[in-house]
Design a protein around this ligand. Sequence first.
Ligand code: PLP
Length: 453
Amino acid sequence: MTETNILARDEIQEITGLTTNNLDAYWMPFTANRQFKKDPRLLVKAKDMHYTAADGRQILDGTAGLWCCNAGHGRQKIVEAVQKQVAELDYAPAFQMAHPKSFELAARLAALMPDPLNHVFYTNSGSESVETALKMALAYHKAKGEGSRTRLIGRERGYHGVNFGGISVGGMVANRKQFGAMLAGVDHIRHTHGIAGNEFSKGVPKNGIEYAEDLMRLIQLHDPSTIAAVIVEPVAGSAGVILPPEGYLKRLRDICDEHGILLIFDEVITGFGRLGTPFGVDYFDVIPDLVTTAKGLTSGVVPMGAVFASSKVYDAFMTGPEHLIELFHGYTYSAHPLACAAALATLDVYAEEELLTRGAKMAQYWQDALHSLRDCPNVIDIRNIGLIGAIELEPIAGEPTKRAFTAFLKAYEKNILIRTTGDTIAMSPPLVISESEIDVLVGTLRDVLKNLD
Ligand SMILES: Cc1ncc(COP(=O)(O)O)c(C=O)c1O
């Protein structure tokens, strides 16, 4: 244990609610561990739009946890469903066995998606959904007799989770550079960030449809007969909220169709109402072959992911002797009963409160509030869509990420939870946020930005 991390037991308990003074045992993910452990930020309760910090403060949740608690926190219906389920059926094997809720949930999910995305494969996270979709794409072409299609194409600045397939097709440099050569046979199209004339766009930016043609460059380079799939986030979240130019996703779809390439949308963030429609598929009116989801599926209550597959993909596997396994892939906790119960109750809450489309009703207010920050110091761009918003700050010379991270710390001191990536502040509140809560969130952020070095 390093010396800085040893506090007196009563002192640390008072500040943090911790019952140990050994903070070193927990190696925290995607966290500046040493900074955090000097001044821990601990949350101990959550209800609706607020967290309770260990020191008793109410923190307005501007990020839906990590883009996942779309229905808000501590929703009674979901809590009760999970409680009931754990007492009734804690676990059922996922291979060669099932439990009824797994089928009920898949049918309800498939009904939410446009035809032909009619099939659902369960995972436990967004990262696992991505691995699953990439493997499905490779296996699909093999099943169709086109085994030479092994190449996967991602996009610069894409985020597709942290497993090897995901970081290989992903395009966030920091997430890749520590981990060696990754998957072979992967290439990337250009990102769509920073296109001239798109600064301070409201919603989808106008310029840059031609960036989709970058896929043609890779198709010409590698030959379509070697390419299995293209994976993109309809809206890139984790890399700082990068929106697709108008018409760009449709163009990607057309190019994939022309060359027999599967298109995968990673909707781990955009799924379940974030854009004001149930999925990005609906918002952009583009239907890919595979869609990865997680997060909002259970409103963050129990880890769960799901991959939606089109009938074309699913049917390609449903051949050969019926006693044989068609896809050699799955997880011990695929369709975990607790996750299924949480997801079913979450879908109920979404339906009862029309949350999957509420973002569309709130989008104008959200947009106006965010863009009112335009005149704050160091703001170089503001982007928004549905209930997602991003404020990009001018980096401090020689110290990238520091300005935004300082804003995050100051915002937390002032009782709002935001998120930063690079020098961009990203916000994605629970879909139940009210206009007055938007005012508090944005008003507090204005205060923070005005008093930032
Ligand atoms: C688009 C996208 N894909 C995949 C993931 C990974 O999800 P998880 O952290 O649940 O593995 C994320 C997480 O933010 C994401 O935004």
